[in-house]
Each structure stands twice: as structure tokens, then as C-alpha cells.
Design a binder for this molecule. Structure first.
Ligand SMILES: Cc1ncc(COP(=O)(O)O)c(C=O)c1O
Length: 410
């Protein structure tokens, strides 16, 4: 008798832990824009979260040399001694932090660092305070790990920054972590030492709360903004802070998948337990490349920052010249997060009333063929994010089209 496999097959049942986690809106928009482009439409995509530069040549050469030298096997679980030493050196040189080798960890991107940290520390119902707008992965990872993301709105009038009173009010006995990201994806807002101080004072009063800081865009700051990381400001938080960073954005190495962090030993060890059953270790070749990125010449950081700054200025000025849009000048990263309250309530030439920021960004994609991401995808409306890590000519064209689309609204 042959088995009839078309019948009695149980439908796929997703695990409860992903029930509330959908495919990110950013990916959905990207896929729709890419499909439109393939069909021949002249779509400009301003959605990508990665630099348009190439990985520096010295970094590529280090990777090739590592392959030729046979560095093609599993490495130590949470980072090669050479890369950990380079990270210790980076933290000391650039941040004034004194982590030891066993207080740093390396993973397959900063995203896996976040995943390892939450998997290793969150029990069902534990709360993680996340200011909005926020990088969507934060809340999704927290939810997958069984935690509860406590989202705190921080709008443009607050500089998209969390205030001490808001933090104080959000802390409960269940609060496990506060997650801060400076400069921020998506807002580009950054915390100065003065911005951080009152928040760190709140945390000193609540010893059960740990601090996770995502410094991924540390090197992309403008106008003499002085980047600072919390543990350097408040060493008393050192034993309950995880300082996350990576090579993806600074060195245009998104595809190499290397992120790292410094933190207290028990947490770093627990994160290694998670990693050991997920990926065993980060890629050997990418780790060799990252050693060169961190130890090699750093002039490229400034050159690229200057290039991003010119584009930031172009986009902020262009958006603010459009009636109905209102764009705060970001301190860093390569995103603008512009208000669009002034276009809501207006009617498109096709007779549709724009009610939400997502309506507006759909309209821009359909009619102006410009793909941007609505604030709702980052937990704060009505705004939209532009990633300006693209050629100036494309940015000028996109701004012209957005202006035209806004002018056509009634
Ligand atoms: C704020 C922030 N943190 C972390 C990451 C993840 O970086 P990685 O490529 O190292 O996983 C991103 C990527 O978009 C990001 O925007």
C-alpha cells in the first residue's frame, strides 16, 4: 500500500514564540520596490540600512590572506584571540573602556549579539524598555525570547531621546533591561554626555535594571558631536551594562557578519552558551578581516563620515523645503526621520485621503517611485525614514520627486 501524502498532513503550525512577530515592514517595502524596479519602473530605493561604500581594500586583503593561510576552520566559540585582542584595544583606544579578553564576545553580526544576550537573560514576562522610534529587530528579538518590549514614545520635540522621567516611570520589578541606541536607527539622534547623565542617574537608583547600549553607528556622527558610551561616563554601571558595537556600518562590512560586545563576565559566558548551539563561532575569514578593520588605518572613517555629512545636509534641506514635511537634523547615522503630519488629511490626485504615514509612503512609492519606510515600522508616527547612503544624484532626483508628489496633494 502506498501512502497518500496529499491527505492527513498536518498544516504547518508556527511556534507561539513567533506568533506576534511578522516579516518586517522594511523588508516588505523593499521587496515591493524591488519587484516594481524589475518590472521596469524607475524606482529609487532609500530603504537600505547599509553604507553604499565598499569594504576597504586592506580589510579584503586580510581576508584573502587568512584564506591562503588556512584560517578556514571553526574558531574559538565567541571569537579568535586575535579579534578579541583587537576589540579590547578598540574599546580602550576609542572609548576609554578597560575590558579584558574574557569580557568581550564576538558573534555573527551585532544582531546575533542582541539575540545571544536576550536569549541568555530573559525569562517569560521579563520587560525590556525600548525608546521609540527604534530598530524593529529589538522588539522582535525580545518577543522571540519570551520577553515583553515596553515601548516609550520619544518624538521629535524630545530630540527622539528618552527622558529621565519617562525611564523612571517605566521601570517595574519586572524590568530586566533598558536598551539605548546612539546614534539611532532610524532617527539619527544621538545622546551626548549631558543627555545620558540623568538616565544613568535613574539607573543607579534601580540596581536590578541592566543597560544594553547599541553603539553601532558610533563613527558616523557630524558637526563635532562628541560620541560617548555610558560605561565610560558611569563606571558604576560597568557590571550591568552590555556595550554592543560592530564592523558592519563603520567599515562597510554588513555582509561579513561580525558584531561584538563588552560586558561583565557572567553575561558574556552565558551568551557563549547560546552561541555554541546556534552558530558554533563566527566566520573565521570574517574575523580575520575584522582584526584588520579594527587594527589597520582608520582614516577611511573620517573620509566616509564627511561624505555622509554632505548627503545628510542635502536631504535635510531638501525635505524641509517641502511644505508639510518637517525634518530634524540628525546628529549621526545615515538616516533622516522626517515628520509628515503636514501632509496627512490631504487628498492624492487619485482621490485617496492620506490618513497615516504608511499611506503617505505607499503614495510616494506608487506615484513618485521612491521607496522610504513609514515611522509606524519603527513604532512612532507620523514620520518616515530615508536612508541617504546612496549617490547624491539619486538623492536629488528622489527629493525632486517627493516634492512633486507633495505639491500634487490637495
Ligand atoms: C542600530 C543597529 N544595531 C545593530 C544592527 C545590526 O548590525 P549587524 O549587521 O552587525 O548585525 C543594525 C543594522 O541595521 C542597526 O541598525
Amino acid at each position: 500500500m502506498t501512502l497518500d501524502t496529499s491527505k492527513d498532513v498536518a498544516a504547518f503550525r508556527p511556534a507561539a514564540r513567533i506568533a506576534t512577530v511578522g516579516v518586517s515592514k522594511i523588508l516588505q517595502i523593499g521587496a515591493r520596490a524591488a519587484a516594481m524596479k524589475r518590472s521596469g519602473l524607475p524606482v529609487i530605493i532609500l530603504g537600505a540600512g547599509e553604507p553604499d561604500f565598499d569594504t576597504p581594500d586592506n580589510v579584503k586583503a586580510a581576508a584573502k590572506a587568512a584564506i591562503d593561510a588556512g584560517q578556514t576552520k571553526y574558531t574559538a566559540l565567541d571569537g579568535t584571540p586575535a579579534l578579541k585582542a583587537a576589540i579590547v584595544g578598540k574599546f580602550r583606544r576609542e572609548n576609554g573602556l578597560d575590558y579584558t579578553i574574557d569580557e568581550v564576545t564576538v558573534a555573527t553580526g551585532a544582531k546575533q549579539i542582541l539575540f545571544n544576550a536576550f536569549m541568555a537573560s530573559i525569562d517569560p514576562g521579563d520587560e525590556v524598555i525600548i525608546p521609540t522610534p527604534y530598530w524593529t529587530s529589538y522588539s522582535d528579538i525580545v518577543e522571540i525570547c519570551g520577553g515583553k518590549a515596553v515601548l516609550i514614545p520619544c518624538d521629535a520635540s524630545a530630540g527622539f531621546r528618552l527622558k529621565a522621567e519617562q525611564l523612571e516611570a517605566a521601570i517595574t520589578p519586572k524590568t530586566r533591561w533598558v536598551l539605548l541606541n546612539s546614534p539611532s536607527n532610524p532617527s539619527g539622534a544621538a545622546y551626548s554626555a549631558d543627555d545620558y547623565r540623568p538616565l544613568l542617574d535613574v539607573l543607579l537608583r534601580h540596581p536590578h535594571v541592566w543597560l544594553m547600549v547599541d553603539d553601532m553607528y558610533e563613527h558616523i556622527v557630524y558637526d563635532d558631536f562628541a560620541f560617548v558610551t555610558p560605561v565610560a561616563l558611569e563606571p558604576r554601571l560597568r557590571e550591568r551594562t552590555l556595550t554592543i558595537n560592530g564592523v558592519s556600518k563603520a567599515y562597510a562590512m554588513t555582509g561579513w557578519r561580525i558584531g561584538y560586545a563588552g560586558g561583565p563576565k557572567p553575561l558574556i559566558k552565558a551568551m557563549a552558551v547560546i552561541q555554541s548551539q546556534a552558530t558554533s563561532c563566527p566566520s573565521s575569514v570574517s574575523q580575520a578581516a575584522s582584526v584588520e578593520a579594527l587594527n589597520g588605518p582608520q582614516d577611511i572613517l573620517k573620509e566616509r563620515r564627511d561624505s555622509f555629512k554632505a548627503r545628510r545636509d542635502l536631504v535635510v534641506a531638501g525635505l524641509n523645503a517641502i511644505e508639510g514635511l518637517d525634518c530634524r537634523t540628525p546628529e549621526g547615522a545615515f538616516y533622516t526621520f522626517s515628520g509628515c503630519a503636514g501632509v496627512l488629511g490631504k487628498t492624492t490626485p487619485d482621490g485617496k485621503v492620506l490618513e497615516t504615514d504608511a499611506d503617505f509612503t505607499d503614495y510616494l512609492l506608487d506615484k513618485a517611485h521612491v521607496a522610504v519606510v513609514p515611522g509606524s515600522a519603527f513604532g512612532l508616527s507620523p514620520y518616515f525614514r530615508i536612508s541617504y547612503a546612496t549617490a547624491e544624484s539619486e538623492l536629488r532626483e528622489a527629493l525632486g520627486r517627493i516634492a512633486g508628489a507633495c505639491a500634487a496633494l490637495k
